[in-house]
Write a protein that binds this ligand. Structure first.
Ligand SMILES: [Zn+2]
Length: 481
């Protein structure tokens, strides 16, 4: 009897192993071999123009803080004088004072238009970090084939490359097949409410439904998948949502010389810790699934087996991905406290203590799910939980990688990035293009930058090669090649 049981268990084990191995070997990496790359060419003026653009401090300080309009006005003059053809031949509409939409009429006016986007504002440089920069952050210094400064990568590099490509093509008397809109927002770093939100509504109100919208968001990765020995161009096909969750505790304060065992700050503190202790359930969304498919070729047999047999190993795959902050953000809705406020004086116990969590919501979950999760984690009626609506954005739908617009972008990428592998990807930040997702069925996020450094941080810089590559890339995009 025992022998029979052992034998049937052994039999089951062999069948299981066979299934796992068959799945592993049948699992095809989604990677497509690239076309032969074209020479990226010389776009002599691009670096000097980006250097000048960096020197103009178009900083978005904060959602409720005023911008320096002199700098933004200066940036407009810089654009007008540097790209005269673009300003004389294309029709410009101004939104929210400093955001611009340029219309470049195509040969075929019945074809759905294409939209190219970038933003003109940059994040501030923290005073405490300024001395740590190798070159002053607004110097725009060009040294050893690198352009240094705030905005070099995010996102003035792309804005300049788009304008260079446009000016070059106009200079060649080129007219695109499709009408092309070039959109520059001026407040992307503080939600895009005055720029992209307004001009995207203008598109919707005028019934202009873009065939494709291309914005920042994905880049060429050479760090995460080193074993592949190939650059991986990750093209964003979907974007996480964005919500701020406020939690607050109100308790009578008092004199700090006679504290109660628990104060508003103590309760808030515990609540924050509880929220941070766990994560919302993991979801492997389609873009991430495809990214795993493209990159699995470089992994060990065991990893391949795990990826190919998620019906059994999803748990193991998830815990592996949770180990790095980049991959964790791809499979989880994240929640992190970014603002904590309490107290006005050292000897007064405050009556109110508040915190704000910034959350990036995974497609498949909603802001209400986040609120529920926080309430459950905190599990204390003294703590109020609410979501802010002003900057709320639910997660986007995703553009399938079978969409012609994705295929076209992949082909352009192969032409400009030698040996690249191209993969869909989930954008974990939030970009201006999200405002187009409700009425364009192809919104893609990608800039062909291979060597991006320091964006939002110290020593932001970009290589001249990357900038030239971007100009070539946008030329191909505009001409629909
Ligand atoms: Zn950006």
């Amino acid at each position: 009897m025992v022998k029979k049981i052992v034998l049937s268990l052994l039999g089951l084990l062999i069948v299981l192993l066979a299934v796992l191995l068959i799945n592993t070997f049948r699992f095809k990496s989604a990677a497509v071999e690239g076309e032969k790359a074209l020479a990226i060419g010389n776009h002599d003026s691009a670096a000097a123009h980006l250097s000048r653009a960096i020197q103009i401090k178009t900083v978005s300080f904060g959602d409720t803080l005023a911008i320096d309009t002199t700098e933004f006005t200066q940036f407009r003059s810089f654009m007008e004088s540097t790209y005269p053809l673009m300003h004389s031949k294309l029709e410009r509409t101004v939104f929210g004072e400093f955001s611009y939409v340029f219309k470049w009429k195509g040969k075929d006016t019945t074809a759905a238009p294409q939209v190219l986007m970038a933003h003109l504002d940059v994040v501030p440089v923290e005073a405490i970090a300024e001395s740590k920069w190798t070159h002053p952050p607004f110097s725009g210094l060009i040294s050893q084939d690198t352009i240094w400064g705030r905005g070099a990568v995010d996102d003035k590099g792309a804005a300049i490359a788009i304008m260079e490509a446009t000016e070059e093509l106009l200079n060649e008397n080129y007219t695109p097949e499709r009408t092309t809109y070039i959109c520059f927002g001026h407040d992307e770093e503080i939600s895009g409410r005055r720029g992209a939100k307004v001009f995207s509504k203008w598109f919707a109100d005028n019934n202009i439904k873009p065939a494709v919208v291309l914005d920042e968001g994905g880049m060429i990765d050479t760090q995460q998948f080193k074993e592949l020995k190939k650059p991986v161009a990750v093209i964003g096909t979907g974007e996480k949502g964005y919500v701020n969750i406020d939690i607050a505790v109100e308790l009578p304060g008092g004199h700090s010389s006679m504290p109660l065992p628990e104060t508003a700050i103590d309760i808030l503190n515990t609540a924050i810790s509880k929220v941070r202790e766990e994560q919302m359930p993991a979801i492997i969304t389609p873009p991430v699934q495809e990214l795993l498919g493209v990159t699995v070729a470089s992994q060990s047999l065991f990893t391949k087996m795990v990826v190919a047999n998620q019906w059994l190993f999803k748990g193991a795959l998830v815990s592996q991905m949770e180990k790095s902050k980049q991959t964790n953000a791809m499979i989880h809705t994240t929640l992190v406290p970014t603002i904590v406020k309490a107290g006005i004086k050292d000897n007064v116990i405050p009556t109110i203590a508040k915190a704000t969590f910034n959350s990036r919501i995974l497609p498949g979950q909603t802001s209400d799910d986040v609120v529920e999760f926080v309430k459950k984690a905190v599990n204390d009626p003294r703590v109020s939980v609410s979501k802010q609506t002003i900057s709320l954005m639910e997660p986007s739908t995703t553009t399938p990688s079978t969409h012609p617009a994705f295929k076209k972008l992949a082909s352009i990428t192969y032409k400009t990035v030698p040996n690249a592998l191209v993969s869909p990807y989930l954008v974990v930040g939030a970009t201006d293009s999200r405002y187009f997702r409700s009425f364009s069925d192809a919104v893609l996020n990608f800039t062909p930058i291979q060597d991006a450094k320091g964006f939002h941080g110290i020593d932001e810089r970009i290589g001249v090669t990357d900038l030239n590559r971007m100009v070539s890339f946008y030329r191909l995009f505009i001409s629909g090649k």
